[in-house]
Design a protein around this ligand. Sequence first.
Ligand code: ADP
Ligand code: ASP
Ligand code: MG
Length: 412
Amino acid sequence: MKVFKFGGASVKDAESVKNVSVVLGTQGFNSCLVVVSAMGKTTNALEKVVETYFVKGDFAAELEDLQQKHLAVAQDLFPSEHAVFSKIKLIFQETEAFLRRNKSPNYNFVYDQVVSCGELVSSVILSQYLNYIKFSNSWIDAREYIKTDHNYREANLDWERTKEHMSSLDRAQCYVTQGFIGADENNFTVTLGREGSDYSAAIFAFCLKTDSLTIWKDVPGVMTGDPRKFQNVELLDHISYEEAIEMAYYGASVIHPKTLQPLMQQQIPFYVKSFLEPTKAGTRVGSGVAPAVAQSFILKENQHLLRIATRDFSFIAEEHLSQIFSLLAKYKVKISLMQNSAISLDLCVDDLYNGIESLLSDLAKDFQTELTREVSLFTIRNANLDELNNLYNGREILLEQVAKRTVQAVLK
Ligand code: ADP
Ligand code: ASP
Ligand code: MG
């Protein structure tokens, strides 16, 4: 069995959905599990629905707009009497009914119940379309297999329960399912973190011990830098799991950082390929590869630099650190880079869950803080140290760290 994952860009409209069937045709459509994300920018639009619901209470127009967009995609793919239309409507009706009934003030809980509808509806469209063109498959609900805790918006996997539930799947069949979503102990929907569909695919690959996982992207594979941000980048044909883990960890957004560990544990070959050129080799991630020598670049944007010092300028000691780290965990503010000096702790952080204001006000009780918003974290792997100043391109360097040949700089 093989696992194929298609992200938002690969199913953004009807033509793209048709292209998925072309891609699958090149691979031979048998014994496979297809994991699909929400179409295009649907997740962002659903995040707005949740925001509108909490701020204004009225969300119906935004949800209806999304329903119409999905129905329009389906109109280009299916005859008008096809069952897909009522399935799409049902998913939106259920989402709307949830919001009308909901009494929970828990933003993250509500978020997961609503935002998950993007993956449900895209997977229904894809599964039905593949069946319609005689690529027969069964649609399965990922929430029956991916079992987690109830850390909404970034749920942690319960591997034992997940493996147990997946053991009922038949490795000879073809399935279509959702990325990004799962269910907690009480069967409420959870999500695994933004861009988490790559991770879902790796979870299925791991538990089903599949022969491979391929994620289909709008780039030729993993490159020495994001082609949208850097010129003259090259395709990496073959890289080790460790190399891919590090690139993803530093912020190479082509692979979700949690994807690699499960694959490495089971030594499952992992491919990153282009859905535009499906017969090209792309990048193979696996074992037995010499460490990469090519200089590569990763730019992580929308970061913030937080400087924390004690009020009396005494040293930051262990008790301070543990207090600071538990507040970071509480507000889900993620550290991308840290450095401490005699009297301050500098943290480059990612504020994905808008926790930074609450963090600052809690920290202010005991510490002095200084925040520089909107900085970038620039990582250069296998860096040519003589060239650094050219690479910084005149930008102000707020912090720099060198470990072996990996250079990281926080730039304004
Ligand atoms: P998906 O459709 O699965 O959500 P993403 O948009 O998340 O795909 O990931 C693909 C994007 O990753 C590319 O369009 C590219 O801009 C970006 N990217 C970042 N770093 C790299 C890299 N090193 N190599 C290739 N692409 C990269
Ligand atoms: N649809 C989700 C997101 O946009 C998950 C994913 O695409 O991987 O974050
Ligand atoms: Mg994505």
